[in-house]
Structure formats: C-alpha cells, structure tokens
Design a protein around this ligand. Structure first.
Ligand SMILES: Nc1ncnc2c1ncn2[C@@H]1O[C@H](COP(=O)(O)OP(=O)(O)OP(=O)(O)O)[C@@H](O)[C@H]1O
Length: 267
C-alpha cells in the first residue's frame, strides 16, 4: 500500500485478502486500493475471482484472511449491512427479482429503502427523485412501462436509476453490458460515461470480460488471474498485450484504437 496517500481519499482498500469456497482457495492474497476520483474496470477470464472479490468486499462471503476498508470503515468494526446501503449494485442477474408487472418507476422507487440483495418497499415514496434518477439515465419516458416488456438495455438503465436513489458513494456494475446488442451497448456506455463525469458522482467499479467496453472515464484497471492480482493501476499501463495474454491464457493484441477506446484481438 502507498503509505503517502491521503487516507481520506481512499474509498476501498483490500489487503492480503484470502477467500475459500469449500476447500478451494479462490482469492489468494489480493491487494487493491481505490481512491476517490478513480473509476476502475475489473478484468479477467471466467473463474478468475471477480465476483468472489466483490462478494468478499460486500461481506456476502467471509474472507479467511486479510483486511477490507470500505468508505473509511474497517470490516469487523462496523455494521456492514448498514455500509452496504451506500453501495449501489447493478447486475443483470438481479433481473429475476423484479415482479413482471412492476413499472420502471416502481422499480426505481424500491431502491430508496433497498439494501443489496433485498427487495423492499420504500416507506417514504419519493416519486420526484425517482423520476429524476430515470431522467439521469435517459429513460424517464419508460416510467410507466412494465418490467416484463423492457429490453435488456432499458432494464440495466432502470437498475442504475434504482441504485442512484440512495446517492451511492460507490456503484458496482457486474457485467452490465451482458446481453446487450452492439448499439444498445454503446448507448448504455454513453449513460455510464455521463454518470462517471458527475463531479460528486459515485466511484464506479465496472466488471467486464471485454476491453472494448472500457470507456474513457475508466481511469484504472484491475486484472485478476486465478485468484491473484496480475495487474492493477492506471489504465494505459495495465491494458497491455503481454499482461492480457497472460490473463486470458492465449496471445492477444491490445490497442487503443482512438478516442481512448480499446480493443483486444486474439493473435
Ligand atoms: N462456493 C464455492 N465453492 C467452490 N468453488 C467456488 C465457489 N464459488 C466460486 N468458486 C470457484 O471460484 C472461482 C472464481 O469464481 P468467480 O465467480 O469469482 O469468478 P469470476 O471471475 O466472477 O467468473 P465469471 O467471469 O465466469 O463470472 C471459480 O473457479 C469458481 O468455480
């Protein structure tokens, strides 16, 4: 860890984190630090430990060893369910939890009292704020539309609007582009870019398999391989052919094709 860094600016620090699934060591000593003003992509092959790392950070899975500090609080000394309310989580796997007949506005409103992994009804209905959150994601027009008929891209935007109801300090996006066609994906990334540009907006942690989805506002990249950190740091240093060839277990070429967008091509 960089001792010189202003501790107030560190929003997440993970030290020597070890996590088991049954008898298998899944995370094998992860060190990682995220500071305010940074947005991170988390990259790596299937099964490298991305979801496990997020689950450990949110204390859904207990770490066997190591330290986690999140938003200035140390794991073990603070009520983590309370802290989770300050973290937004967007994942397409949450889709099945939404009742088919619920409108987009109702889904967003449910975010007001929500806690990760827990679908609950708000006590105080703040419709104006919900509409504003939909507006921020460019989908206010969908407010009265039923969940059942929303496209995958629309659902992801509604999910982000839902997360924004709590003014999260951090927003975790777990493969949010999964299932989107190329045009819907680009439109979705435009919405994310606006969110990332917000002065006092949340720190984004963006999990993806695809270098192509790393948008310009992502400043840093963490690459995992078999439960270890293969690379972590400024995007330009980490998005590098040799490192990602190791991460994906095959020779690839990584390049910035312009306007700070990247592509990975198998050799
Ligand atoms: N409870 C468990 N018991 C045993 N092994 C587990 C358990 N949970 C996860 N694993 C294994 O840990 C490894 C990391 O899984 P994880 O879901 O964190 O990977 P990932 O990087 O998110 O993968 P993907 O990109 O496919 O979503 C995988 O090999 C998985 O099979």
């Amino acid at each position: 860890m960089n001792e010189k860094k202003d501790q107030k600016s560190v929003v997440l620090s993970v030290e020597k984190l070890v996590l088991y699934g049954g008898n298998t060591e899944i995370l094998k000593g992860i060190d990682w630090e995220v500071s305010r003003g940074e947005h991170w992509a988390i990259l790596g092959a299937n099964g490298c430990g991305k979801s496990s790392l997020l689950a450990a950070i949110l204390a859904y899975r207990p770490a066997a060893k190591g330290e986690i500090c999140l938003l200035g609080e140390r794991y073990g000394r603070f009520n983590w369910p309370e802290l989770r309310k300050r973290i937004g989580m967007v994942s397409s796997v949450l889709s099945y939890r939404v009742p088919a007949e619920e409108t987009a506005l109702e889904t967003v409103l449910s975010g007001e009292a929500a806690q990760l992994g827990f679908w609950s009804r708000s006590e105080t209905v703040n419709g104006a704020k919900a509409l504003q959150c939909l507006e921020e994601m460019g989908v206010r027009r969908l407010a009265d539309r039923r969940w059942a008929v929303l496209s995958q891209g629309e659902r992801q935007k509604v999910f982000i609007a839902r997360a924004l109801m709590q003014d999260p300090a951090m927003l975790i996006l777990d493969e949010p582009c999964a299932g989107l066609d190329p045009v819907a994906r680009e439109q979705f990334l435009v919405s994310l870019r606006k969110l990332a540009q917000r002065e006092s907006g949340p720190t984004l942690l963006f999990v993806t398999h695809h270098v192509e989805e790393i948008f310009p506002e992502i400043s840093h990249v963490l690459v995992l391989q078999e439960g270890r950190v293969l690379g972590a740091g400024v995007k330009e240093d980490v998005l590098e052919s040799e490192l990602l060839s190791r991460a994906f277990g095959a020779p690839v070429t990584v390049e910035n094709w312009g306007q700070d967008r990247w592509r990975l091509t198998p050799n």
